[in-house]
Design a protein around this ligand. Structure first.
Ligand SMILES: Cc1cc2nc3c(=O)[nH]c(=O)nc-3n(C[C@H](O)[C@H](O)[C@H](O)COP(=O)(O)OP(=O)(O)OC[C@H]3O[C@@H](n4cnc5c(N)ncnc54)[C@H](O)[C@@H]3O)c2cc1C
Length: 556
């Protein structure tokens, strides 16, 4: 069943009816306050829809009439809920605005096309009348990718693609599938699974994000080692642009000049609207083998991952948490509980194995045909042990797998108690991994200390290696800190700037899989160079001469 946005939180994460994972966990609050060096945590509930006001609507009757005439009045909506739910994405930064009711930008209308012709008609209407169009899939962007900015245009319309959700064709011989771009992740997987296939793209936002959004933001799923990042499985598609419909034919490989798919993957709605995509699919895995291991040292664990990748052992997932991340999730989960006999025995066992009090957890997973899984699992475990890993069993890995989409439900309750919870990600070469990790961690810790609301208060940084490649890996950081409530936006900006400066100064990419949006824009030129940015500008001018597509995103 497709998602009805009205069943989801317009100013938070996921289903409105979802259980609050921190409810009744009274001991968790003093524990986390102490961990952050701060006093009792304040109550900071989000404003309800009834308590907020949106900016005045700029679509006058003439513009609205022309839009309704172009695609049908029933596809144009402008209720308070629709405008608020499409005002921003789902980053911590977005939620600071949405929860406090400081909604400085909201679309003047939300349009729900149900065909590529509808999309073309909207783009032509927008170009003719000077109205900004924000392509909107699941709206789960965490980089300001769907902020309802109108730039220099008269008004702003969100183009919600989720009514375009048909699986158009599955080719079981070539192992490709073609689907409309607004299909949600779970619907696409269900349709493929029913025929024995999978795309294998499982971002943490999987249920609430779409095929088009995955490609437009160059996303990465948790099993990207096996199934690839969006730009790898995206084989071709149709892109509606103000200049006409652009078709990129799916080819297994081609030497007919530069590969134009790379202009679409990562284009963030600034070059055109992906209306359908052909993707490379796989047979559903017959067997999964997920296990947990512990390392005494984060970089020893990273070395083991590098070795597994360089030996080309076909794993699906290698996720290595640093000591603080491993400790935090364990300790926060058990806050207020006395250690059991099992806990004490476990601690004694780990220390006897030379792991100390703060080991680093690795979740390693292999999936595919049964015999291939068995071989890969044995090979990978051999390497892990050779690098000093201690097996922690299947249990923790299976629990991680089962709960891997639930983590984000903790963010809203943490924000209800005056806390900041944000994430960022980057990637670099293996030889530079430690420098980048140390640089970003140090910058985050310093910025959170310097912007803390009270003396002695500070933040905590949790890091992990999330995706790995032949030549390097991606690092993912979660940071938690007490918000300085009167200046919480400025505080976040200072922390974000410190971390982004540190990423660039230490040789990382400004984003490995979240994209550029508004939030990473100031750092793009440092990464792409002046010529690179001018190339992007030239493409934008060619495809969108009136500049109506997603103003303020991607193009500095
Ligand atoms: C809790 C949480 C966890 C997340 N975990 C992950 C993760 O594990 N891996 C990961 O890669 N990302 C993750 N993200 C980020 C986000 O889910 C991804 O960027 C995702 O790919 C966005 O998909 P969407 O459909 O929600 O796109 P949207 O947020 O709607 O849009 C993202 C960008 O793409 C553009 N766009 C959307 N659809 C189209 C289209 N059809 N044509 C052209 N442009 C379009 C938008 O204009 C915008 O610039 C997470 C986000 C959250 C909130």
């Amino acid at each position: 069943m497709p998602i009805d946005r009205r069943d989801t939180r317009w100013n938070g994460w996921g289903w409105s009816r979802a259980h609050n994972p921190l409810e009744g966990r009274d001991a968790a609050w003093p524990w986390i306050a102490a961990a952050l060096g701060t006093g009792e945590l304040p109550r900071t509930p989000a404003k309800s829809l009834e308590e907020i006001a949106l900016p005045a609507n700029r679509l006058d009757a003439g513009l609205r009439g022309a839009l309704a005439a172009a695609i049908g009045a029933d596809k144009v909506r402008a209720s308070l809920f629709e405008r608020a739910a499409h005002a921003r994405g789902k980053s911590f930064h977005d939620l600071l605005y949405l929860r406090s009711g400081r909604i400085d930008a909201a679309p003047d209308a939300v349009v729900y096309p149900n065909s590529r012709d509808d999309v073309m008609r909207v783009l032509l209407w927008a170009s003719e009348h000077g109205v900004a169009i924000v392509p909107f899939g699941g709206g789960s962007s965490v980089v300001g990718g769907v902020t309802a900015a109108r730039g220099s245009q008269r008004a702003c319309v969100a183009l919600d693609l989720t009514e375009m959700r048909k699986v158009v064709a599955v080719d079981p011989v070539s192992m490709t599938a073609t689907a409309e771009a607004g299909i949600y992740g779970s619907d696409l997987e269900a349709a493929l699974n029913a025929q024995g296939f999978t795309l294998g793209h499982f971002p943490q936002s999987y249920e609430f994000s779409t095929l088009g959004g995955w490609i437009a933001a160059r996303g990465a799923g948790q099993q990207s080692n096996r199934y690839g990042k969006a730009e790898e499985w995206f084989a071709g598609g149709e892109i509606a642009t103000p200049k006409g419909l652009w078709q990129i034919k799916a080819m297994p490989a081609s030497a007919a000049g530069p590969d134009l798919r790379t202009l679409v993957a990562g284009s963030e709605g600034a070059f055109g609207v992906l209306t359908s995509a052909t993707v490379r699919i796989h047979r559903l895995a017959r067997t999964r083998d997920y296990r947990a291991f512990l390392f005494a040292d984060f970089f020893k664990g990273a070395e083991a991952i590098r070795e597994i990748v360089h030996l080309e052992i076909p794993v699906a997932s290698l996720r290595l948490s640093d000591a603080d991340e491993t400790y935090f999730f364990q300790a926060f989960g058990k806050a207020g509980q006395e250690p059991t006999l099992k806990d004490r025995l476990q601690r004694r066992y780990l220390s006897a194995r030379g792991l100390g009090a703060r080991p680093c957890a690795l979740i390693f997973g292999v999936e595919g045909p049964t015999s291939a899984v068995a071989v890969a699992s044995v090979q990978a475990r051999h390497i892990l042990r050779a690098h000093g890993a201690v097996a922690a069993g299947r249990g923790p890995a299976e629990r991680w797998f089962a709960g891997r989409f639930h983590g984000p439900y903790s963010r809203d309750p943490l924000m209800d108690r005056g806390l900041g919870v944000d994430t960022l990600e980057t990637a670099t070469t293996w030889s530079n991994l430690k420098r980048l990790y140390d640089g970003v961690r140090e910058a985050l810790e310093r910025a959170m200390r310097e912007t803390a609301p009270a003396k002695g208060a500070h933040g905590i940084v949790l890091g992990h290696v999330s995706h790995s490649y032949h030549d390097g890996a991606s690092l993912y950081f979660t940071y938690i800190y007490p918000r300085d409530l009167p200046r919480e936006i400025e505080q976040w900006q200072a922390i974000k700037k410190a971390a982004s400066d540190a990423i660039i100064a230490n040789g990382g990419t400004i984003s490995h899989h979240h994209g550029v949006g508004e939030d990473h824009l100031p750092w793009l030129e440092a990464e792409k160079g002046v010529i690179g940015v001018n190339v992007l500008r030239a493409i934008k001018r060619e495809l969108d001469p009136a500049g109506v597509l997603n103003p303020g995103k991607l193009i500095p």
